[in-house]
Design a protein around this ligand. Sequence first.
Ligand SMILES: [Zn+2]
Length: 346
Amino acid sequence: MRKCTLLILLMLALLVGGCAPSTYPATPTKTPGAEPVEQPSIGTPDIELTQSEPTTVVPSTPVVLPETETVETEVAITPTIGPPTNTSPPPTPDPSLPADHYQLWRPIPNGWADYADRTYAYGTTSGGQYRPHTGMDFINDRGTPVSAVGNATVHYAGTDESVVYGPQTNFYGNLIVLQMTDFTHNGQPVYALYGHLGEIGVQIGQTVAARDVIGVVGASGIAMGPHLHFEVRVGDPMVYFTATRNPDLWIKPYNGYGTLAGKVINSSGAYLREVALTVHGVDMTRYTWSYAGDENISDEQWKENFTLGDLPEGWYTVTTRSSGRGYSAEVYIENGRTTWLEIVLD
Ligand SMILES: [Zn+2]
């Protein structure tokens, strides 16, 4: 009996393992050693937006059906992969979830690529190639303006040749660190860090208003191409890694869009690292991964270990696999809110 079970499990693992690559995004070719960036030519962001306020892609008006709960199923071999089948009205938001704190504007102004590259998501290593990402990348040409994400004072503006904001000096190159003046988080100051800038347009101590242009995109420091590396830090602005928080939980979603966040854990509650998640919408598929790093880079309230922002409101199928078991759930992404999904895998 046991041998038979093992044999079946082995066959399932082979079957599932053999299928896996077709559902995961192709691993982009990158050169190790640098704070990596997806060049637009190789790693086109998997979000199909060309403008800052993209056309909202919302499924056709849902048919009004009796209220149904979010469907969560675990299936043995092949999870439901593909567009969501659910056309129910949005479920009632869970009032026990933490309140959102979308208090930041985008760091790239309207008219440029103000959406995040999703191939090297916050907290992930791009398939083990790099250190866990402490921020979010906005891929734009040199000279693209970067703007203040809120009313702030300039905490730092200059190079990191002699000050350490990253794992070493000369990591972020020309950087700006803003301290938000309108709010704190759990009594702690909130900072926004802009790395790899081409030019800096502000000075330490200066006051800036939300959406003021403060510099331009470059590739200074350790960057393989021009992009803005953007971080949110809570508490100590000099602390690399553990002071960072996921910008997806801070940047206001586009109108008509929301954020998926959650955690991937085992049945004992332990966080599972770098689990690939596929998120199928009605007419697009996107990918994200659970964090590779410690949970101390998670939001204090949410305790998430994955996010996927900039999803048009509507139903999605989220699938993943671990240890040969498939997982599939349908979730509704709400406009302007975080939708929470807890994925338990054995
Ligand atoms: Zn980055």
